[in-house]
Design a protein around this ligand. Structure first.
Ligand SMILES: Nc1ncnc2c1ncn2[C@@H]1O[C@H](COP(=O)(O)OP(=O)(O)OP(=O)(O)O)[C@@H](O)[C@H]1O
Ligand SMILES: O=C(O)[C@H](O)CO
Length: 386
């Protein structure tokens, strides 16, 4: 991106690197390391603070751990029911639980999707583990899921019972909810009502309908148009049955922002009493972004693909908004860039450096992302800091 007027920022001496992962090529921690190394090639004595960020989706626990939380591992059910080792993060009574750790797309074997049967049971087990560890506040990061079960699996793991017309538990996954006859939330883990549960969501979609979880995010989990229709009907039925057992608030939750996050686990979390917040905002609080921002003259953010989605609550947009509100200069790094300069300016980015500008071969950009990012960061160092 061309930009003629950079001279007024050349004196920035302390840089905050607050970028998300480049999905498919670099973790957020690696992005921070590479950017730091590149900047220091241009300005060897530069003060750089690294604060890897995440939006509630995959990478959220890793960001919390990088910020000093303790990593705790637990064996829980993966989306297909097989056991996986999943982690949550804990610090001073606050747990960061990431649903994708248990029930994310990354937990499916390569090339396997299970849009109708994948279950969030393991996410409920993770929440239980956080309660067992004594958490008083749970930040429940959701996004990047393999599931579309409205959180039914998660609720089951926490004590709910979902039965068919024969009194048998319904099969796991969103598809099985079509058979639901009765829902019983009376035996939910009582500790849930004694803690603060925050739904840190990557999106604000409702549960069902044209903007609902199956229609918008089903296809990325392998759902065909028929699967989307079946899941939409099953989730609507799920909400109807819950309205009968849990009262009218269950209907209101289905239409609430974030209910459709992560295959409707947002809806399940709202039933548990969660308070919805944009994931990036919650995470910036949890990670201690504000004091780090105070100390910085220049902020570098980014993610793999800076595109239309970025503007809808993704990490770089959240970082840019917070930094601009504090009158700090923001530049971004990314693998690929799919936004025009005017839009980037409006979103608060002073300048954006895609790897594909440094190396036009995208496959190479991905395979050699680390060294290329270092070169790009060196250029940022020269442009803004020398
Ligand atoms: N090194 C790279 N070079 C070029 N493009 C990359 C590189 N790394 C990632 N990408 C692109 O970015 C995409 C991933 O985007 P991104 O990291 O923003 O995650 P996302 O899919 O938007 O999900 P999330 O919500 O978790 O951020 C990849 O599919 C790829 O197109
Ligand atoms: O998991 C999903 O369905 C998407 O990330 C939206 O939350």
């Amino acid at each position: 991106m061309a930009d003629a007027a950079v001279s007024d920022t050349r004196k920035a001496r302390r840089v905050l690197v607050a970028a998300d992962k480049f999905k498919g090529s670099l973790t957020a921690v690696e992005v921070a390391e590479r950017v730091t190394a590149g900047l220091r090639r241009a300005v060897p004595d530069l003060e750089v603070e690294a604060l890897p960020v995440a939006d509630g989706g995959d990478g959220t626990v890793a960001a919390a751990v990088a910020a000093g939380f303790e990593r705790r591992e637990v064996r829980v059910a993966g989306p297909l029911g097989d056991e996986v080792t999943a982690a949550f993060a804990l610090r001073e009574g606050t747990a960061v639980v990431e649903m994708a750790e248990a029930s994310g797309l990354q937990r499916l074997p390569a090339g396997v999707f299970a849009p109708l049967t994948a279950s969030t049971y393991g996410s409920g087990e993770l929440l239980r583990a956080a309660l067992d560890a004594g958490a008083r506040t749970i930040v429940f990061g959701v996004g990047g899921s393999a599931t579309t079960d409205g959180g039914a699996g998660m609720l089951s793991a926490l004590g709910a019972r979902f039965l068919d017309g024969h009194g048998e538990p319904v099969p796991p996954g969103g598809g099985g909810l079509a058979d639901l006859a009765t829902a019983d939330l009376s035996a939910l883990d009582p500790r849930l009502s004694e803690i603060e549960l925050v739904l840190a969501s990557d999106v604000d979609n409702p549960l069902t309908g044209p903007k609902g979880a199956p229609a918008v995010y089903g296809p990325q989990k392998g759902a065909s148009p028929d699967d989307v229709a079946a899941l939409d009907a099953a989730l609507a039925h799920f909400a109807k049955v819950l309205e009968e057992s849990a009262g009218p608030k269950a209907a209101a939750y289905a239409a609430s922002p974030g209910a459709g996050a992560a295959g409707g686990i947002g809806y399940g979390a709202l039933l548990l009493g969660a308070r919805f917040r944009a994931g990036i905002e919650v995470m910036l609080d949890v990670l201690g972004f504000a004091p780090a921002l105070d100390r910085a003259d220049l902020v570098i953010t980014g993610e793999g693909s800076l595109d239309e989605q970025t503007l809808h609550g993704k990490a770089p947009a959240g970082v840019a908004a917070a930094a601009r509100a504090a009158d700090k200069e923001v530049v971004a790094v990314c693998g690929r860039l799919a936004l025009p300069p005017e839009t980037l300016g409006r979103a608060g980015f002073r300048r954006v450096y895609p790897l594909t500008d440094a190396e036009p071969d995208v496959a190479k950009c991905i395979a050699e992302a680390g060294p290329i990012l270092e070169r790009v960061a060196e250029r940022i160092g020269r442009d803004f800091l020398t």
